[in-house]
Design a protein around this ligand. Structure first.
Ligand code: AOF
Ligand code: ZN
Length: 374
C-alpha cells in the first residue's frame, strides 16, 4: 500500500493523501485524514487516521519518514491540529520533526482548531498553505462536518423515481424502477454508510433485507450497515427480512410504546431505541443525534415516501441521491414525496454541489439540500 520512495509532486501527493484518508472507515466522530511526507520530490512517509482515538495521520506519516522529514513537505487532507484531545497536537510533532512546509486541503472547523493549526505552524516558521483539493477533502468528510455543525449523523435520502417522480405503481410494486447499474451503485452507497434507515411501511410492503451483496466495494471490508426501522405503532412482522440476523437491526419506537412490542423485537435479535415523540410520530432529529452518539456517522434513508417527506420537511435530509429511471408511471403511482408546504416556485428546495451520473438508462442526481430558513 505504501508508495514510499515514489516520485511525486505536491498535487500528486495530495491525491495520494486523499486516497489514504478514504481507507479510514471507523473514524467517526473524528474526520478521515490522510498525510504524505515529501522530500526532494519523493514520498518518504505516509499515514492515515484509521479509527477514532487512534494516532493522527500526520503523526504516522512523520513516524514513517523518520529523519527524512527534516526539511520536507507535509501534504495533508486536513489542517493539522493544535490541541490535545484523545492524542497530542500534531503541530508540535510537525515542528519537532523539522518539516519546512505544510500543504493542507481544508481548514479544520473543529472549534479547538479553526485556523489555529495553520497559524501556529506559521508562527513556528513553517510555511503553510491551505485549499489544495479542498472540495474533495470536504466531500470525504461530510459526516464529520455535518456532526460538527448539527450534532447529528449525515442523513442521505436515496430514492429510485420514474421520470414523473413516482416510486411505486398503485398496487405497491416497485421492483425494479431503476436498472442494474443503479442498484449496484445503491450497494456501494450502503457499503459506505454506517446505517440504513427505512420506515415500517417499507418493511411491510417490500420486505427488504437491506444487506450487502458480496464485497461491493472490492475493498474486502464487508461490514454491513446497521438497519434501523422507524415504527410508530411497533407493528412489524417478526419474520421480516430485516430480522434475518445478517446485520445488526435497530427498531426505533416512540417513547412509551408498550413493552410487549419491544420484547418481540428483542427476541428477534434487534435492539430497541426509544425516541421522543415528534411531528411525524418520532422526533427524527433526536434519532439522528442518537445514531451519531452510537458512532454511526452516515445514515442512508431508503424510504418510504412518508419517512422521506418528514426528513425533508424537518430539514434533516442533508443530502439527496435520486436515481431517475427512464420510465413513466403516471399520476396513479405513489409520489416520491408528500406535501412539503411549498406554494410557489421560489420556495422550491434546490441542491448545491450537484452531481449527475449516468447509470445505464438511469441518471443519478445527487447534492446537498439547501434549506433556506436555516
Ligand atoms: C483525527 N485524525 O488524523 C487528524 C485529526 O481527540 P483526538 O485526539 O482524536 O482529536 C480529534 C480532532 O483532531 C478532530 O476533531 C480534528 O479536529 C483533529 N484532527 N483528527 O482524528 C487526524 N488530523
Ligand atoms: Zn492532529
Amino acid at each position: 500500500m505504501s508508495r514510499q520512495g515514489a516520485p511525486s509532486s505536491e498535487s500528486g501527493a495530495m491525491l495520494r493523501a486523499l486516497e489514504l484518508a478514504a481507507l479510514g472507515r471507523r473514524t467517526f466522530p473524528n474526520p478521515m485524514v490522510g498525510a504524505v511526507v515529501l522530500k526532494d520530490g519523493r514520498i518518504v512517509g505516509e499515514g492515515y487516521h484509521s479509527c477514532c482515538g487512534g494516532p493522527h495521520a500526520e503523526v504516522l506519516a512523520l513516524r514513517e519518514a523518520g529523519g527524512e522529514a527534516r526539511g520536507g513537505t507535509l501534504v495533508v487532507t486536513l489542517e493539522p491540529c493544535c490541541h490535545t484531545g484523545r492524542t497530542g497536537p500534531c503541530v508540535a510533532e510537525i515542528v519537532a520533526a523539522g518539516i519546512s512546509k505544510v500543504v493542507a486541503a481544508m481548514e479544520d472547523p473543529d472549534p479547538r482548531v479553526d485556523g489555529g493549526g495553520l497559524r501556529a505552524l506559521r508562527e513556528a516558521g513553517v510555511e503553510a498553505s491551505c485549499g489544495m483539493m479542498g472540495s474533495e477533502a470536504a466531500r470525504l468528510n461530510q459526516a464529520y462536518l455535518c456532526y460538527l455543525e448539527t450534532g447529528r449523523s449525515l442523513l442521505v435520502l436515496k430514492m429510485a423515481v420514474t421520470l414523473d417522480g413516482r416510486i411505486a405503481a398503485p398496487d405497491g410494486s416497485s421492483r425494479w424502477i431503476s436498472g442494474e447499474a443503479s442498484r449496484a451503485e445503491v450497494a456501494r452507497m450502503r457499503a459506505s454508510s454506517q446505517a440504513v434507515l427505512v420506515g415500517a411501511n417499507t418493511v411491510r410492503l417490500d420486505n427488504p433485507a437491506l444487506g450487502l451483496p458480496t464485497d461491493p466495494s472490492g475493498s474486502g471490508d464487508t461490514t454491513p450497515p446497521v438497519r434501523i426501522v422507524v415504527t410508530r405503532s411497533g407493528r412489524l412482522a417478526p419474520n421480516s427480512s430485516v430480522f434475518d440476523g445478517s446485520a445488526p437491526t435497530v427498531v426505533a419506537v416512540p417513547d412509551g410504546l408498550p413493552g410487549s412490542a419491544e420484547a418481540v423485537f428483542e427476541d428477534n435479535g434487534a435492539a430497541v431505541w426509544h425516541i421522543p415523540a415528534g411531528p411525524g410520530g418520532l422526533d427524527l432529529g433526536a434519532l439522528l443525534r442518537m445514531t451519531a452518539a452510537e458512532g454511526l456517522g452516515s445514515v442512508l434513508c431508503e424510504g418510504g415516501a412518508s419517512l422521506a417527506t418528514s426528513l425533508v420537511r424537518e430539514g434533516l435530509a442533508a443530502r439527496v441521491a435520486f436515481f431517475v429511471a427512464s420510465a413513466i408511471l403516471g399520476g396513479e403511482g405513489r409520489a416520491s414525496l408528500d406535501a412539503l408546504g411549498i406554494s410557489s416556485i421560489g420556495g422550491a428546495l434546490r441542491l448545491s454541489e450537484v452531481r449527475h451520473t449516468p447509470l445505464g438508462p438511469d441518471v443519478l442526481v445527487e447534492g446537498s439540500v439547501v434549506y433556506r430558513s436555516r
